[in-house]
Design a protein around this ligand. Structure first.
Ligand SMILES: [Zn+2]
Length: 304
């Protein structure tokens, strides 16, 4: 089965504390690496987690609170110092381009590689990237600043040919492509061959949703319906709901409620407040409402 996993580089909120770092993670699909958020220190975290830097061709920034992107300019310029030549695309709020441009300008940095910027919008679910192995969408979240999550969805796999059964019919090899697409075909005598008679279902495509930062946001459910793995922020315990509302964040219980409503297979909690040293309290709270919960512990690799 194609590799599809998430490596957590940082999952603390706001500041570095208790050995936990600000938000960053790597989504690996079939050896293509996507960096999601880039908090301060992400370069070191990539190194420590033995991520092959040059496999990263796309970086996604959710919003412009510093704990989600203050590591970006360092990483971009390190790529330059390491003589990167292949194109890199950064997706993020439109103001991010101005920030990158001014930092490169005042430091008189000339890039060796093409740096493309794509502005995200937080109004509706939008397709950002369409690759052979997957599609990446931005999904609107509800936070103090314009913020998007990201949904990584494998492509629908073609139907599989059952060669044993195909041999019983006189089907032209040129029609195999149509069969893989799920279409019926005619045999050489002009008789219809039903697709289901000679093919079986391809692999079920998997998906991963990254949702940080956001307060409890019901419209999110539709955008991530039936997701296999959901990373949802759980900055606070529900006893701190008032603080969560003031800061437009979520509680662990609310993250579990979103996971259940979305029919997610598994929930990964992250963006932990520094007020919690032992994170099991957040995990236990979420588990009271949704069974399949794990903490996004740094260095952890989670299969989708
Ligand atoms: Zn934020």
């Amino acid at each position: 089965m194609t590799e599809f996993n998430i490596t957590i580089l940082g999952s603390n909120s706001a500041i570095f504390n208790h050995g936990r770092h600000p938000t960053a993670q790597v989504v690996n699909i079939n050896n293509a690496c996507f960096l999601v958020d880039c908090g301060e220190g992400t370069q070191e975290r990539l190194y420590e987690n033995k991520i092959k830097w040059f496999k990263i061709d796309h970086i996604f920034i959710s919003h412009l609170h510093g704990d989600h992107y203050f590591g970006l300019i360092g990483l971009l310029t390190t790529f330059n110092l390491l003589k990167r030549t292949n194109k890199l695309t950064v997706f993020g709020p439109k103001e991010l381009k101005k920030i990158i441009d001014i930092q490169l300008k005042v430091s008189n940095t000339k890039m060796n590689y093409e740096l493309k910027f794509v502005a995200t919008k937080d109004d509706e679910k939008r397709l950002l990237l369409d690759l052979p192995e997957c599609s990446v969408y931005s999904i609107p979240l509800h936070h103090k600043l314009p913020t998007t999550g990201f949904l990584f969805a494998e492509k629908t796999e073609p139907r599989l040919l059952d060669l044993e059964k195909i041999r019983k019919y006189a089907i032209a090899k040129t029609d195999f492509k149509l069969l893989k697409q799920g279409l019926d075909v005619l045999d050489k005598d002009g008789r219809k061959v039903k697709n289901s008679a000679v093919t079986t279902k391809g692999k079920t495509p998997r998906s991963y949703a990254f949702c940080s930062d956001t307060m409890y946001h019901i419209p999110l459910v539709k955008a991530i319906k039936n997701v296999d793995l959901l990373y949802h922020e759980a900055t606070f315990l529900h006893e701190d709901l008032q603080r969560a509302k003031e800061t437009t964040h979520s509680t662990a219980l609310q993250a579990a409620q979103i996971a259940k409503k979305a029919n997610a297979k598994k929930l990964l909690l992250g963006h932990f407040s520094s007020r919690y040293i032992d994170l099991s309290v957040l995990e236990n709270e979420a588990k009271t409402f949704f069974k399949n919960v794990e903490l996004a512990i740094e260095g952890g690799v989670f299969k989708v």
